[in-house]
Design a protein around this ligand. Structure first.
Ligand code: HEC
Ligand code: HEC
Length: 399
């Protein structure tokens, strides 16, 4: 929600900087001056003072107008004490995670959890990651974070609206901060808007153009895009709107992103479920290369694409599915005349890569997805963008 200025305005008024309240007070200004869980938690999400350098907020990588993904081409954002350290994963959108649950196996298939490898069991637990990660907000420990929270001009409001004791310990502050950052993602209506053109189409209030409709059919067709087998597009049994993910995992064999600092070391591989960020499944080499299926809602806004930000545009992301196996030379570098297919995974693990539709073709085959099909799929995916200026839809499809 574009509350930023409103929330901060309110906070300044509360903190006694009455001059900051200005002369243009209207009744809405007065109303927003009352701190709420939403206004405080949003301020925390946007608070650069929570990082060791004072330069990085959660919102720096999860940008408001980018569906809370990052806005940084195929080069990943910098952070850490030097503001030169770089992680090796792209910031995913934070929208539509409300019904995601903690990590588990169902019939041998991995599901759920937060981050690209599911290692955090909730968004509150996840928040500790960036706050303490040396390449992100780089705080030394929970006490260092709590010290920063105590300095905020709205610390007292944080204590009261989130029900902390009047003299909270460092640990109580840190735990409550994590909870508040999750609360923000639950209370800001932008996180579950359900008002895209596709939602209006499901409600019978909008018509898809012919290319969008062709794209939807290709998306659902098991013999064509087969996209819906992972990016669920069906309405649920109770009328729940599709989230365009089933929160499962797959290895897509993406091209290595040479712009990631960690990749300068040829022996370094980010293998998702089997590590190195996640450590409990390291012996499960069959899971190496698998990353969580992300939602495709608002996908138009969240470039770069895939966990390693290896693909810059939505057209290219969809083309990757169409041509990875037909024309691998488009995606992977060539060494001594050999195309280095799946070069972001050690050779011994290449057999983990998904080969089901739309993958699994051979060079020279008649393409399953033509260039026109790719364009139609992209046209369809653009109908999944929410309208942040319009009211939310309901989480259930109207009947
Ligand atoms: C330096 C950039 C950066 C900053 C700052 C940052 N994040 Fe992230 N965020 C990421 C990246 C990268 C990932 C994926 C991490 C992974 O897969 O290991 C991520 C993942 C997440 C996820 C999991 C999403 C999912 O699909 O499971 C949540 C929730 C999240 N961040 C919230 C936050 C919060 C809250 C803060 C502030 C405390 C924050 N982030 C600060 C980059 C950042
Ligand atoms: C086997 C399951 C599966 C199928 C089938 C599938 N996807 Fe995906 N998709 C994934 C996974 C897993 C990721 C994340 C992979 C990664 O980053 O390592 C992903 C990521 C994406 C992304 C990038 C999302 C982001 O936030 O970066 C797009 C776009 C996408 N898929 C579109 C499609 C389209 C279009 C189709 C059909 C042509 C399709 N997918 C078919 C599993 C699948």
């Amino acid at each position: 929600m574009n509350l930023k200025s409103v929330a901060l305005f309110g906070l300044f008024c509360i903190a006694g900087f009455l001059s900051a309240c200005g002369g243009q007070n209207s009744t809405t200004d007065v109303a927003t001056a009352i701190p709420t869980q939403l206004s405080i938690s949003q301020a925390l999400f946007e608070e650069k003072a929570l990082s060791a350098t004072g330069q990085l907020a959660c919102a720096s990588c999860h940008t408001d107008d980018r569906a809370h993904a990052d806005a940084f081409g195929t080069t990943l954002p910098l952070g850490g004490l030097s503001m030169k350290a770089q992680g090796f994963r792209s910031s995913p959108t934070l929208l539509y995670l409300e019904t995601n649950r903690s990590f588990r196996f169902e019939g041998g298939q991995a599901f759920g959890g937060f981050t690209w490898d599911g290692r955090a069991s909730s968004r509150a637990e996840q928040a500790a990651g960036p706050l303490l990660d040396p390449s992100e907000m780089a705080n030394a420990d929970a006490a260092a974070v709590a010290g920063k929270v105590r300095q905020l001009i709205y610390f007292k409001d944080f204590v009261s609206v989130f029900g902390l004791p009047t003299s909270p310990t460092d640990n109580q502050i840190f735990e409550k901060l994590k909870e508040a950052l999750q609360t923000y993602q639950q209370l800001d209506p932008d996180y579950l808007l359900f008002n895209s053109k596709f939602d209006r189409y499901l409600d019978g209030n909008a018509t898809l153009a012919s290319d969008e409709l062709r794209g939807l059919n290709l998306f659902n067709d098991e013999n064509k895009g087969n996209c819906a087998s992972c990016h669920t597009s069906r309405t649920g049994a109770l009328g729940e709107r599709p989230l365009f993910t089933n929160f499962s995992y797959a290895a897509l064999g993406l091209p290595r992103n040479d712009q990631i600092q960690a990749n300068l070391d040829p022996s370094f591989f980010d293998m998702g479920l089997c590590g190195p960020k996640r450590t409990d499944l390291m012996s499960r080499t069959d899971l190496c290369g698998q990353f969580k299926v992300p939602t495709l809602r608002n996908i138009e806004l969240t470039a770069p694409y895939f966990h390693n930000a290896s693909v810059a545009t939505l057209e290219q992301a969809v083309s990757f599915y169409a041509t990875r196996d037909l024309r691998p030379e488009l995606w992977y570098s060539t060494l001594n005349g050999q195309v280095q297919k799946f070069n972001d995974l050690p050779v011994a693990l290449h057999s983990n890569v998904n080969m089901t539709r739309p993958f699994g073709q051979r060079p020279g085959d008649v393409p399953i997805l033509s260039a026109q099909d790719v364009a139609d799929l992209v046209a369809f995916l653009r109908t999944l963008t929410d309208d942040r200026t319009a009211p939310s839809g309901t989480p259930l499809v109207k009947r």
